[in-house]
Design a protein around this ligand. Structure first.
Ligand code: DGY
Length: 445
């Protein structure tokens, strides 16, 4: 990662990349500024008006690249101030109540279970991208005293988070089990279709689709999917939000390659930072955890499909077509050279048009839908994780192509939530924080 002082927010154009970079940078900073709510930043106004767990990682990187290191560290501190006593980190923290989002705190009903005196939160989690972000900020912060102080302050929370995941979410292959599609971050991925069908539908009489006030319904999950999402929430609520026992309690339990990859990378990134901070005792435990998750990913390789696939723990079967979740094995460094070559061939085939950007579902799969959220659209975050993984697997040329393809998307249509892989036009929410943040951290660095 480049050092932050090479990427000052208002730097003059000196590198020959033209006026576009300066304009893009200013626009990205404006999005983060508009979405900031004091100590943390919401993913998108209207659509996602709270602090989301995995968004917090890229958002903190964006603030760092914008030169606001205090805000960058604040994003992580704020999220972790809502950590539950056993290490669990909730997927949404409801800092300021809003009418724009459903389901809110009343539906989750977790009050009194989380951080003592803390804000209301959900009772499910999300991939620990903020852990890797903390390690990346530590490596790049030009103020070394601040970097050490901040990471040291976060340290017990970060270690507790990954060890909770290792303890409470281990699946039969050794991968991380997600107990709700929302936990994967890739809510309506076709990989969840079969397991979701077996879950109860909510009988909640006030199921409200506030998301479709701001985004076209055909770009969002369906209402039937929402009924199942709420049905799983009800089952977990009835089980008392015991976050040590959710794999047993949830009607949905799926080993997810993407989640596992982010967890493996998080543990490895923390292990690498441990000795710099004098936490050598933690380093061995974290390295062991990272290796066990990489092994879990390897155990999810489906030889016939030549793909890392999700595994439905309830039905004891692999599920779904090839999706972006499998590609995140690259981010974890879990794919050996032969497997990486197979993933590379698929990325090249999937993005063989003018745009070298990665659809979230195999375009040849029956379930592929180019505009519906995680069933096909291109996401800046996925492209970033894949491109960084490609660099780590010595596929630098393709990594560079994914990066420039992504830059072309945001330069043309702005910081949309996602993009149609057929022609690259922006869809979903507008002014999306991680699209802006990763433009600053990755595309303009
Ligand atoms: C949503 O509401 O669509 C979110 O992705 C849930 O986390």
């Amino acid at each position: 990662m480049p050092h932050a002082d090479e990427r000052v927010a208002d730097e003059p154009e000196v590198d020959g990349r033209g006026a576009d970079d300066a304009a893009l940078r200013a626009a990205a900073v404006a999005v983060l500024t508009a979405n900031r709510r004091g100590a943390s930043t919401v993913p998108a106004p209207g659509l996602y008006p709270y602090q989301w767990c995995w968004d917090t990682g890229p958002i903190s990187l964006g603030w760092a690249a914008a030169g606001d290191w205090e805000q960058a560290w604040s994003e992580l501190r704020t999220l972790l101030s809502a950590q539950w006593p056993n290490g669990f980190v909730p997927h949404i923290v409801f800092w300021e109540l809003s009418d724009d989002y459903f389901p809110g705190p009343d539906v989750w009903g977790t009050v009194g279970l989380g951080a003592p005196g803390g804000p209301p939160t959900t009772g499910i989690t999300q991939p620990p991208l903020p852990v890797s972000a903390a390690a990346a900020l530590f490596a790049a912060d030009p103020d070394r005293a601040r970097a050490a102080r901040e990471l040291d302050g976060l340290w017990p929370h970060l270690v507790a988070w990954v060890t909770w995941l290792g303890r409470a979410r281990r699946g039969p292959h050794g991968a991380v089990v997600a107990v709700h599609p929302w936990e994967t971050g890739m809510d309506n991925s076709p990989a969840w279709d079969d397991p979701l069908r077996s879950t109860p539908e909510s009988t909640h009489t006030h199921l409200e689709r506030r998301d479709v006030r701001t985004v076209a319904a055909d770009e969002r999950p369906t209402t039937v999917e929402y009924r199942h999402y709420l049905g799983i929430v009800a089952a977990l609520r009835d089980a008392g939000w015991d976050t040590e026992q959710q794999v047993e309690a949830s009607p949905f339990a799926v080993e997810d390659v993407g989640f596992t990859a982010i967890a493996a990378r998080a543990a490895a990134d923390l292990a690498a930072a441990a000795s710099d901070l004098g936490h050598d005792a933690d380093a061995a435990q974290l390295s062991t955890l990272a290796a066990s998750w990489r092994d879990g990913i390897e155990a999810l390789w489906d030889v016939d499909r030549a793909w890392y696939r999700a595994y439905d723990v309830r039905a004891a079967t692999f599920v779904g077509p090839a999706t972006a979740g499998g590609l995140l094995a690259l981010w974890a460094g879990a794919a050996d050279a032969a497997r990486a070559a197979q993933l590379v061939a698929r990325i090249e085939a999937w993005s063989s048009g003018t745009l070298r950007a990665v659809p979230t579902t195999d375009p040849d799969a029956a379930e592929f839908d180019p505009i519906r959220y995680w069933r096909g659209p291109v996401w800046v975050l996925v492209n970033y994780l894949v491109a960084e993984g490609l660099r780590g697997s010595a596929h630098d040329d393709l990594a560079a192509q994914v990066r420039s393809g992504t830059r072309a998307l945001v330069a043309r249509d702005g910081f949309c939530e996602y993009f149609d892989p057929r022609d690259g036009h922006g869809i979903g929410g507008e002014g999306f924080s991680w699209s802006a943040a990763l433009t600053l951290w990755w595309l303009l660095s």
